[in-house]
Design a protein around this ligand. Structure first.
Ligand code: PMP
Length: 306
């Protein structure tokens, strides 16, 4: 990764390599931490953070779900993220912001009450998550052998670090098998989400994406639904089976990092024409116009860092 100059930690800006924690930090052992993944685009008017407030609200809500009290307000965390981008004086690429709240040093054992909550925001320059080539031609998706954990034993709506063990295992398996990304089903066999992105497919001109019963409440998924509806595309939110994915006309993934990434193959089946489909390209173009500040209609989603 590309190091930046500063990391915001517990209210202070620290040097990139000085933002440290003890090896007995609670979260390192028991996995209760919450994160966000937010993106700032290099627009014609400088960096602009996309849907900053929505991401920060989700961070606070994730922490509430996992019984962690972040001692900063949404407004304070928003201000920290804006100032962090300013202070780092980024020059090159778009920037990824990683807010994190974790339990620090002082308490051992699973019971975490009393463990100090450490709050951090890092930011660094980051290119296309699934590769530039993938954005144009599409990626290969493998349905993971593991399912997304059931709602009865997990909190999939929290963007909790613990949930990423499941993501990590699925992603590793997919790449090891020669694919680019994993698609996870839920415990009933319906599509949940990819390891770090949401799933959409197109069939007979309709755009279909699963409800968030067993997946993160994705901000990009919401944006893409809004964009599609504004374009007059019929959007269905319903459960999707594995077989439906195989015979989709088009498929793509969405996420802050994944943006809109076309899918060309799922489990050895070519999807549609085997490359980026027409609706995918249309939505991708609109998405980039929005995040780069070229579309006035969606300007309210951008927070400019001046
Ligand atoms: N699902 C998972 C598991 C994710 O990690 C992400 C990335 N944050 C998404 C979906 C997409 O969420 P968003 O659009 O809010 O980035």
């Amino acid at each position: 990764m590309d190091a930046a100059k500063y990391i915001w930690m517990n209210g202070e800006f620290k040097g990139w390599f000085d933002a440290q924690t003890h090896v007995l930090s609670h979260t390192l052992h028991y996995g209760n931490g919450v994160i966000e993944g937010t993106k700032a685009y290099k627009t014609a008017k400088g960096y602009a953070i996309f849907r900053l407030n929505d991401h920060t609200v989700r961070l606070k809500e994730s922490a509430k779900m996992t019984l962690m009290d972040i001692p900063y307000s949404v407004e304070e965390l928003n201000a920290a993220q804006i100032e962090l981008i300013r202070k780092n004086e980024f020059q090159g690429d778009n920037v990824y912001l990683r807010p994190l709240a974790f339990l620090g040093y002082g308490v051992m054992g699973v019971y975490h009450k009393g463990a100090p909550v450490e709050t951090v925001v890092a930011a660094w320059e980051w290119g296309a998550y699934l590769g530039e080539e993938g954005m144009k031609k599409g990626i290969k998706l493998k349905i993971a052998s593991m399912t997304r954990p059931a709602n009865t034993s997990n909190m999939g709506k929290a963007k909790a670090t613990a949930n990423y063990l499941n993501s990590q295992m699925a992603k590793f398996e997919a790449i090891d098998c020669g694919y680019d990304e994993a698609l996870l089903l839920d415990d009933q066999g319906y599509v949940a989400e990819a390891s770090g992105a949401s799933f959409f497919m197109v069939k007979n001109g309709k755009l279909i994406t699963p409800p968030n019963d067993n997946s993160l409440e994705s901000i990009t998924q919401k944006t893409v639904i809004e964009m599609a509806e504004n374009l007059g595309i019929v959007v269905e939110r319903r459960r999707i089976t594995r077989e439906e994915v195989y015979i989709a006309d088009e498929a793509f993934l969405t996420g802050t990092a994944a943006e809109i990434t076309p899918v060309r193959i799922v489990d050895a089946r070519e999807i549609g024409c085997g490359s980026r489909g027409a609706m995918t390209e249309k939505l991708q173009t609109l998405y980039f116009d929005i995040v780069f500040g070229r579309n006035k209609e969606y300007e309210h989603y951008l927070t400019y860092v001046n």
